[in-house]
Write a protein that binds this ligand. Sequence first.
Ligand code: F6R
Length: 251
Amino acid sequence: MRILYSEDYNKMSRQGANIVAAQIIVKPDSVIGLATGTSPVGMYNQLIEWYKKGDLSFKEVKTINLDEYKGLAKENPNSYYSFMYENLFKHVNIDLNNVYIPNGLNENITGECRKYNEIIESLGGIDLQVLGIGHNGHIGFNEPGESLEKETHYVKLSQSTKEANKRFFSSINKVPNYAYTMGIKAIMQAKKILVVVNGDDKKHILLDAFFGPVIPAIPASILQLHNDVIICGDKSSLKLIVDNFPLSVER
Ligand code: F6R
């Protein structure tokens, strides 16, 4: 695991974008696993800028997102499809036929999960998986529990996740209770994992996830067992790691 330190969110975003861009330049038809949320937005902006300058092409890139709210149509402004469309896809030359996100409207839960697993398999797995980390240590919507779910599954969102995500909705009651999420197996089988994480409110979970025991109560802790993880963090999120394990951080 490598931990790359950045002074602020913009520098962290640029650092993360370097890793995604390098992946696409080396392998133009890469399968990139994508996350929504605040953490990667700056990184997506940077990638868009490089695309607009002509330095990067998404023509052959395939993307597969971690998760989608159950019950939201892709056209719903709060869906993760809309999030990705607004924050990345509509600005670059990606082929929307090469973009995969679970179908939140599919009532056939087993069928939707099976279909998503098959898509991941048919793509040949993920070359680079982008992750953010929830305050409770979730990755995708793999919420803390007594065991980790390997495959794509249907999940009841924890209160902590609903609290964190209510900022995108008019009230917490409007945050969907359920979501589809990629499982831990597909994430852990990604060839490379990039975690982007910023803010003081993430400093405790970051220390626990990467320097504490590997436990399902902190799903992100499983990433300690992956052999190619890069964490791009800003000064605030890395504060406790810098204080306790200064030599583990690259500046
Ligand atoms: C988003 C996702 C979540 C977020 C996490 C952090 O697709 O899967 O795991 O990455 O909740 O969210 P932010 O970046 O908003 O703090």
